[in-house]
Every structure is written in structure tokens, then in C-alpha cells.
Design a protein around this ligand. Structure first.
Ligand code: NAD
Length: 294
């Protein structure tokens, strides 16, 4: 690791653009040979403004990469039966390679049952129990996009993990648990912290690589970070400024931590775009398997 000072930015926006460029070349090549384009279906329930923005970004990223995508929108009070039925249809549709259920779902819907209904080979968010199980076993599978994006970004900047101490704050199925497994797979010594962890600040300070996925604005301060550490901020918070603008910040106090760490992901422009790039990557991967099989 570098000496402490002003941290190098881990530029997720730029790395995601490079990933997208390679995916587009792959898609263009296959399409030039007369095959269909990859297809992604997004299921969006309700009118959560953040979810609508995320889905719009994903659809736009698909368009730029040459992936056909469409969004199936349901009203907030849709029944579980209708959502499951739509997933079953998409599972059978041979033009669809990936199905993404935009989370969070309204409370009356059982997210676990809905995710379990996805065909595992179309589960481009990597959240089906089979894919989660394969990840646990260290086997190749469609893996959750956000932690996969973190790993690709760390690798791109040559941040070594073997023998390093990694601390993950947050233990969600979406981020905390899978990133802990992926860091372990790369031979880091991993500690997972959560809302009931005692001595959180001290644990964080022991990290060579600190991943923060909590959902609390600016939780991690400069004093929580070991000089020279790499800090990955997964949090996304949309704040309305007094001028009525929207400011996006993370779980890490960027200005303070950038003075202590060697590497830091910005918010926005860090893990967000990497997550979208990994969704495209998983979709192209599922597509390649499907066109080989059909
Ligand atoms: P979650 O609410 O499912 O999990 C949060 C975790 O943080 C829990 O495990 C909880 O135990 C832990 N936690 C809560 N308060 C804590 C505290 N005070 N100290 C220590 N641990 C605490 O959230 P999630 O889905 O993992 O998302 C976390 C954040 O990341 C959110 O801000 C979310 O918007 C963001 N997110 C961003 C992306 C992206 O693409 N950048 C993707 C997924 C989630």
C-alpha cells in the first residue's frame, strides 16, 4: 500500500466504461455472425423514485452495449401471483437471457420466493439460492453485481488481497455477505461487521481493505481508517440541497477519509456504475451460454 496522503480515486465510471466497451465488441461480433442480440427483462414494481432512476440507467446501459432490454412495470399493489406468473413467462422466453427484479419490492411481496422463481441461468443479479450457494462453495456462477463490481475495480487498480486484512461493514445478502466470500476467495483475511458489532471503529481501523455497505450517510470518518488503506464505499444517499438540487453521497465521509486512505471510491462514480457494468456482463455471459445451448 502507498503511504497515507491524498487517496487515489478508484474511478468506477471509467472502469465501467471500459468493461462496457469490451462487452459491446463481444455483442457486435456475435450479432455480425447473424445471431440474435442478448436480451434482458427488468421487473419494476411500484413507483419508488430511486428504483425508477436505477432501472432507467440499466436500460440505457443495455442500449449502449447492444443488449435488447425491456421493463415490465407493475403497480405497487400487484399480487404475488402476477409477478410469479410474469417470471415464469420470461423463464420460458428464448429471447430473454437475463431477468432482473428491481429491489426493494413492496412489503406485501415475498422477495425470497420471487427470486427463487427465477431460472438460475437467467438470474443476472446472482440472488437465486442456487447461485448464492455456488458462490458460497467458490464455484463459477452468476454472481451478485455489486460485490462483483468491487472485485473488478480492486483488481483493475492492482490492489492485492492475498494475506491482507479486509473488513466489511454490512452483512446483507446483496452486498456484505457475497463480498466477504469473494474477498476470502482471493485469500484476504476477512472480518464482517454489522449493526450489533462491538468496537466497530477499531475493527474498521484494522483494515487494509475496508468495504462499507451500511446505508448510513458518512458513517465512516477519517479516524476510522488505517493510513494507506483502500476504502470502498457502497452506500448511496440522495440528498436534497437547500437550492433544490440533488446531491449523492455515500456511507463514507469522503473528504476526511481521502486524507488518510491510499485508495477510495467516490460516490457517485464508484461502485454504482460498476454494478451496472456487472449486470451487463452477467447478461452477456448468460447469453453466451444460451446461444451455445440452443
Ligand atoms: P441493508 O440495509 O440490506 O444492509 C445494511 C447492513 O448494514 C446490515 O447488515 C446491518 O447489520 C448493517 N448496519 C446497519 N447499521 C449499522 C451500523 N450503524 N453499524 C454497522 N453496521 C450497520 O443494505 P444493503 O442492501 O447492503 O445496502 C447498503 C447501502 O449500499 C445502501 O446505502 C444502498 O443504497 C447501497 N447500495 C448501493 C449499491 C450500488 O450499486 N452502489 C448496490 C446495493 C446497495
Amino acid at each position: 500500500m502507498l503511504e497515507s496522503g491524498v487517496a487515489q480515486i478508484l474511478d468506477g465510471k471509467a472502469v465501467a466504461a471500459s468493461v462496457r466497451g469490451k462487452l459491446k465488441a463481444t455483442v457486435d461480433d456475435v450479432v455480425s455472425r447473424g445471431l440474435r442480440r442478448p436480451g434482458l427483462a427488468v421487473i419494476l414494481v411500484g413507483d419508488n423514485p430511486a428504483s425508477q432512476i436505477y432501472v432507467r440507467n440499466k436500460i440505457e446501459a443495455c442500449r449502449k452495449t447492444g443488449i435488447e432490454s425491456h421493463c415490465q412495470k407493475f403497480p405497487v399493489d400487484v399480487s404475488q401471483r402476477l409477478v410469479l406468473e410474469s417470471i415464469r413467462q420470461l423463464n420460458k422466453d428464448t429471447t430473454i437471457d437475463g431477468i432482473l427484479v428491481q429491489l426493494p419490492l413492496p412489503e406485501h411481496l415475498a422477495a425470497d420466493a420471487i427470486l427463487a422463481e427465477l431460472a438460475p441461468d437467467k438470474d443476472v443479479d446472482g440472488l437465486h439460492p442456487l447461485n448464492m450457494g455456488l458462490l458460497l462453495m467458490g464455484r463459477l456462477a452468476l454472481r451478485p453485481c455489486t460485490p462483483q463490481g468491487i472485485m473488478v475495480l480492486l483488481e483493475y487498480y492492482g490492489i492485492g488481497l492475498a494475506g491482507k486484512r479486509a473488513v466489511v461493514i454490512g452483512r446483507s445478502n446483496l452486498v456484505g455477505k457475497p463480498i466477504a466470500l469473494m474477498l476470502m476467495e482471493k485469500n484476504a483475511t476477512v472480518t464482517v461487521c454489522h449493526s450489533k458489532s462491538a468496537g466497530l471503529e477499531e475493527l474498521a481501523r484494522s483494515a487494509d481493505v475496508l468495504v462499507v455497505a451500511v446505508g448510513r450517510q458518512s458513517l465512516v470518518r477519517g479516524s476510522w481508517v488505517k493510513p494507506g488503506a483502500a476504502v470502498v464505499d457502497v452506500g448511496i444517499h440522495r440528498l436534497e440541497t437547500t437550492q433544490g438540487d440533488v446531491e449523492i453521497v455515500g456511507d463514507v465521509h469522503f473528504q476526511e477519509v481521502a486524507q488518510v486512505a491510499s485508495y477510495i471510491t467516490p460516490v457517485p462514480g464508484g461502485i454504482g456504475p460498476m454494478t451496472v457494468a456487472m449486470l451487463l456482463s452477467n447478461t452477456v455471459r448468460a447469453y453466451q451460454e444460451h446461444i451455445m445451448l440452443r
